[in-house]
Structures are given as structure tokens and as C-alpha cells.
Write a protein that binds this ligand. Structure first.
Ligand SMILES: CC(C)=CCC/C(C)=C/CC/C(C)=C/CC/C(C)=C/CC/C(C)=C/CC/C(C)=C/CC/C(C)=C/COP(=O)(O)OP(=O)(O)O
Ligand SMILES: O=P(O)(O)OC[C@@H](O)CO
Ligand SMILES: [Mg+2]
Length: 228
């Protein structure tokens, strides 16, 4: 299933972390809608290639969420390109993108690319620190970012990111309330089926990351929880 609009659940795997073949088998056969390969730091071409080739043994769609130019490689179904809407540094909004397109724009298959408008809300996560994200946001602020993502920039994905901590469902609900076409991703701190179910009441797609590495049995239960 290659249409993001039909997804409900994604596992995000970190090229900077170890995963056994047996664990990967359970993840790829779990019924999740896609595997997203990505992380904030320690993302190397070697790590990305290793994960891609191992996930490629399965039929599940495999996406690279680009965090560095040097770790991009052919072979993924899609390339998701983050732009951090609440970053205080233009480098993370359009700067690196401009550099990449200047260099590779004529060679790129644009149908493989999807832009993700990120709004990062956990001040302590690595992505917030790296991008100098302005995380002190009210519900109205988040609502406005969601509206900008869809109505101003026509982005296919708006991603509410609480990486590492469970977020506020009211913020997710508020973002969803202004989105008609843009798909709402929620990610951060989902560790149980109950949390997955709660966030998926508002988000179109929930992204499950860290718990894969800390408690795989619980992580796998999040799939069924959002597909009921
Ligand atoms: C060869 C080939 C197939 C070419 C394809 C062409 C292609 C895809 C070209 C890309 C063009 C392009 C526009 C690239 C953009 C370049 C770029 C580096 C943009 C910046 C992206 C960005 C904002 C990065 C900052 C970090 C960040 C916000 C990453 C997003 C994902 C995220 C929040 C990860 C956090 O995950 P998490 O699990 O929390 O991480 P840790 O566990 O490590 O903390
Ligand atoms: O690792 P967790 O906290 O599950 O977050 C998932 C994802 O949103 C990270 O980008
Ligand atoms: Mg992670």
C-alpha cells in the first residue's frame, strides 16, 4: 500500500541502533503500513544501506526520512523530506533543501519525494535541539502551523513530533481540526496499545519508534490497536 492517505501506522527504525533479523522479521510482518528509516544523529550511509537491504526482503513499503544528504541512497519506495516549520534557523526550513536541490534537482525523481511539515514540541529531544525548535507553543500556535502546512504550503504531511515523550492529544485534535487534505502524522512516546489508540483517534498516522528497541512485544501491539 503506497498511498500515505490510507496508512494508519508506521514503525520508525533508527540506522544508529541495532536490531536482530528475528526482531526485524516480526516488525516487517506485523501489518504496519510502512517502515520509515530515520533518526537525528549517527545516521550514516552504511547504517541506512544495512537497514534498507534487510527491510527490502519484505513487501512492506520502505521509506527513507532524510536527515542528511550523505545518507541518501537509491532503493527506497519514497523519500520523506522534513522541513521544521517551528525551527528558529532557516537552515532546517529551506536551507539544506535549497543546497540539495541545487546540486541534485535535475536528477531527482520528484514523484518519490514527499515533504513533511514538522512541528516539534518536545524541547528535550535531539531533533528540537539540533533545529533550535521553538517548542513553547499554545494550541492556537500549533493549529496555525497545521493550517500553514496545508493552506499556504500545500504540504502532503503535517507531523506533530514529540520524539521520546508522549504528547498532548488535545494538540493533535486541534491540528486535525484544520486539516482537510494534508495527512496528520503523530509521533512520540507511544509505548502501549492504549496510547496508540488514543493518538490515532485524531492523527491519520501514528509513528512508533523507541519502544521497538525497549519493548518489542508492546510495540507490536500498537499495530492492531490502530487498525480496529
Ligand atoms: C540517489 C537518490 C535516490 C536521490 C534521491 C534524491 C533526494 C531524495 C534528494 C533529497 C533532496 C532534499 C530536498 C534533501 C533535504 C536535505 C536535508 C538534509 C534536509 C533537512 C532535514 C532536516 C530538517 C533534518 C533535521 C533533523 C530532523 C528534524 C529530522 C527529522 C526526523 C526526526 C525528527 C527524527 C527524529 O527521530 P528520532 O527517532 O527522535 O531520533 P533520535 O532517536 O535519534 O533522537
Ligand atoms: O521514538 P518515539 O518517541 O516513539 O517517536 C517516534 C518518532 O516520532 C520519532 O521521530
Ligand atoms: Mg529514535
Amino acid at each position: 500500500m503506497y498511498d500515505v492517505r490510507e496508512w494508519r501506522h508506521v514503525f520508525k527504525l533508527d540506522p544508529n541502533k541495532e536490531i536482530t533479523d528475528e526482531e526485524l522479521d516480526r516488525i516487517c510482518e506485523s501489518g504496519t503500513d510502512a517502515i520509515m528509516v530515520g533518526g537525528t544523529d549517527g545516521v550514516t550511509l552504511e547504517g541506512v544501506l544495512d537497514l534498507m537491504s534487510r527491510v527490502r526482503r519484505y513487501t512492506v513499503p520502505c521509506i527513507l526520512e532524510v536527515s542528511t544528504i550523505d545518507s541518501i541512497t537509491p532503493g527506497f519506495d519514497f523519500y520523506f523530506i522534513p522541513t521544521v516549520l517551528n525551527s528558529g534557523n532557516p537552515q532546517w526550513i529551506t536551507g539544506l533543501h535549497h543546497e540539495a536541490v541545487k546540486e541534485y534537482g535535475d536528477l531527482m525523481d520528484w514523484d518519490e519525494l514527499k515533504m513533511e511539515g514538522y512541528c516539534i514540541l518536545n524541547p528535550d529531544c535531539k531533533a528540537a535541539k539540533l533545529t533550535d525548535a521553538k517548542t513553547e507553543l499554545s494550541i492556537e500556535d500549533v493549529r496555525a502551523y497545521a493550517m500553514m502546512a496545508e493552506k499556504m504550503f500545500n504540504l502532503p504531511i503535517f507531523y506533530l513530533e514529540y520524539s521520546g515523550t508522549y504528547g498532548n492529544p488535545e494538540y493533535v485534535e486541534a491540528a486535525k481540526g484544520v486539516l482537510e487534505n494534508t495527512v496528520l502524522f503523530y509521533g512520540g512516546g507511544i509505548e502501549t496499545a492504549k496510547q496508540a489508540e488514543e493518538m490515532s483517534r485524531h492523527a491519520n498516522v501514528i509513528v512508533v519508534g523507541n519502544v521497538v528497541y525497549s519493548n518489542l512485544d508492546e510495540a507490536l501491539k500498537t499495530v492492531a490497536a490502530v487498525k480496529k
